[in-house]
Design a protein around this ligand. Structure first.
Ligand code: UGB
Length: 595
């Protein structure tokens, strides 16, 4: 009470709320007025932020926390009454007729799309010191994930508008205190990778208050008794942020129909985006999740049909740590196991969600974007009365459909993992411990997956690509295919790739092929070495003949060798660029490179 004179009327209301919510421990030991007054004001500034950034405010956060902590203590099963079964969705096979039909429909729809990248996570499992979107997607060209994503959105925009309209596809990035400044800097120092600055919106998520006990008493920061300790709330924040920032409303006014969400390090995703957007548009899905065949116990959620005893049912992601216990508790004593296909029968959620904006916005008007949360306290002992360290509520973006009525059209699209999913999540040590046959999800596998996918796509387009060799890097055995990379505007869709290769071409395993331009046509090329072709948008280059040189050999690097930059050593290899044929065509016109 003595300190009340320091506060604004709004802050006094917040102080009353905290007392009413049994949080007076936060300020019972405060010194007399005149001592640490600045810190006291800063405390209430923080409370104001925590209150306004959470749908329903802090009181609602504390109330929800009490309920969830009590459920956790009594061991209440969040799936009580639900039985899991395998849902049916749209299965696509890359490059076949159906796939190409959906791809074409998706490219057309893209002019009504907006993209949202969730990039607020620190990537603790990877342990990389920088932000994950700044990591090279592959080290042949060195283009980072963010550059790759932006160039894909721009390529889609151009293909979709096809000279008719001038619509820019909006691109939002969710950041956090951990990633915001570095994301901004990466964009600014690279001229937004060719995107108009106004096209990009950064939305910063706030952390949430930590909880110190089962009564949801807020935890003070151990370093500063005038601050509440905070931790990340999870990627589910993206919905509330899009809503509260007014971005969704702006998009709706601008005619956006589809909102596509995606994660920070999946170098293959954009090969699957046009077709899955085509599925959304053709099937009229309000929510469409992209999925891949999943190995049992792989650290990605399983798309599951949950049917309640009261008849309700929903198709939803069940997180990887919950699927196995849920199956065991519902008459499947072996839990999460592979079936005769060698995969879990539950498709793996890769957290690429496509929402139809109209119904999505209507739903958010009701919920404010609040997503069903969970809590995961680490208890000191079996009595579950005390925590080892403070906990907090968390939420996941894929839980959005949990509040939808049964009439909502929620579907999913399964694609082959080789063309849709290769995240960089695990550090080399943990990746090397992944059970044999399960994907590593490391920097090594993420890069090799790009070469594999591009090689396989070229094969399907008629190029003879030599088989890969097996090699071990950082304790992980991977297939090493020819290092084939191209700019998104060269081969946005399979139809585009097919248009750009003709005749009979071949690429040997030791080769590198980098295509950095729109109109580069490969015709009767025999490549055994390294070939890098760059062209301006007005140039049309026909590439053929026989290219044979020493090329770029792969040299092993140990991840513990700190003399090598971190983004390289976490891959376990680098290129020895001994000899290459490198050509640039900057002027407009027709050119022929006949080696
Ligand atoms: N992220 C944020 O933007 N903010 C946060 O507070 C936290 C994360 P992780 P996770 O596809 O492989 C998800 O840590 O959460 C961003 C799905 O839940 O990489 O363990 C972060 O920057 C799971 O079902 O993944 O698992 C990153 O871009 C499965 O689909 C993204 O959120 C799995 O991803 C994901 O964060 C997967």
């Amino acid at each position: 009470h003595k300190n009340l004179s320091l506060l604004s009327p709004d802050q006094i209301e917040l102080a009353k709320m905290l007392v009413a919510m049994e949080q007076s421990h936060l300020f019972t030991n405060w010194p007399e007025p005149g001592v640490d007054d600045g810190e006291k004001k800063a405390f209430f500034d923080q409370v104001t932020r925590l209150n306004s950034s959470y749908p329903g405010g802090l009181a609602s956060y504390i109330k929800t926390a009490r309920g969830l902590l009590s459920d956790s203590k009594t061991g209440k099963n969040p799936f009580d009454g639900f039985t899991p079964s395998v849902p049916t969705g749209e299965n696509l096979s890359y490059g076949d007729e159906t796939f190409m039909k959906f791809e074409e429909a998706g490219v057309k729809e893209a002019q009504n799309a907006a993209f949202v990248l969730v990039a607020g996570g620190l990537g603790e499992r990877l342990g990389y010191n920088g932000i994950k979107v700044a990591l090279p997607r592959e080290t042949t060209t060195g283009a980072c994930f963010l550059q790759h994503y932006i160039e894909n959105v721009l390529a889609l925009q151009e293909a979709s508008n096809a000279g008719q309209s001038e619509r820019d596809i909006p691109f939002a990035i969710m950041t956090s205190d951990d990633t915001h400044a570095r994301t901004m800097q990466l964009l600014e120092s690279n001229k937004y990778f060719g995107m108009k600055p106004a096209q990009i919106k950064l939305l910063k998520q706030e952390k949430v208050a930590c909880l110190e006990d089962n009564d949801a008493r807020l935890a003070l920061d151990p370093q500063n008794k005038f601050r509440i300790q905070t931790k990340p709330h999870g990627h589910g924040d993206v919905h509330a942020l899009l809503y509260s920032s007014g971005v969704l409303e702006e998009w709706q006014r601008g005619g956006v129909r589809w909102v596509l969400f995606f994660q920070d390090t999946n170098g293959l995703l954009f090969k699957a985006i046009p077709a899955s957007l085509g599925v959304s548009a053709t099937k009229g899905y309000h929510v469409n999740s992209l999925a891949v065949p999943r190995k049992a116990k792989e650290a990605i959620g399983g798309i599951t049909k949950l049917t309640h005893t009261d008849g309700r049912s929903m198709v939803i992601n069940v997180e990887y740590n919950q699927l196995d216990p849920l199956l065991r508790a519902t008459g499947n004593p072996d839990g999460d196991v592979n079936c005769e296909t060698g995969y879990s029968p539950f498709p793996g959620n890769i957290n690429q969600l496509i929402m139809e904006l109209g119904p999505y916005f209507e739903e958010l008007k009701k919920t404010g974007g609040a997503i069903k949360e969970f809590v995961n306290p680490k208890y000191k002992d079996a009595s579950k009365t005390a925590f080892k360290s403070s906990t907090r509520l968390e939420c996941m973006m894929q839980d959005y459909p949990k509040t939808l009525p049964p009439s909502a059209r929620v579907g999913f699209t399964v694609m082959d993992a080789w063309v849709a999913y290769a995240p960089v999540k695990n550090n080399p040590e943990d990746a090397a411990k992944v059970p044999k046959g399960n994907p590593y999800h490391s920097a090594t596998s993420g890069e090799m997956a790009v070469y594999r996918a591009n090689s396989l796509i070229l094969r399907r387009a008629g190029v003879q690509v030599e088989d890969p060799v097996q090699q071990e890097f950082n304790g992980q055995e991977v297939e090493v295919w020819p290092r084939v990379v191209w700019k998104p505007k060269w081969g946005l869709t399979f139809a585009d790739v097919k248009k750009k290769v003709a005749g009979s071409s071949s690429i040997s395993q030791k080769s590198t092929l980098a295509l950095k331009g729109r109109n580069i046509f490969i015709e009767n090329l025999s490549l055994d070495g390294a070939l890098v072709v760059e062209s301006g948008d007005g140039a049309e280059v026909k590439v053929g003949g026989s290219v044979k040189n020493k090329g770029w050999a792969i040299e092993k690097v140990d991840y513990k060798d700190t003399s090598v930059p971190e983004e390289i050593r976490i891959r376990g290899f680098r290129f020895q660029k001994t000899e290459q044929l490198e050509k640039q065509y900057t002027e407009p016109g027709k050119f022929e490179l006949k080696a």
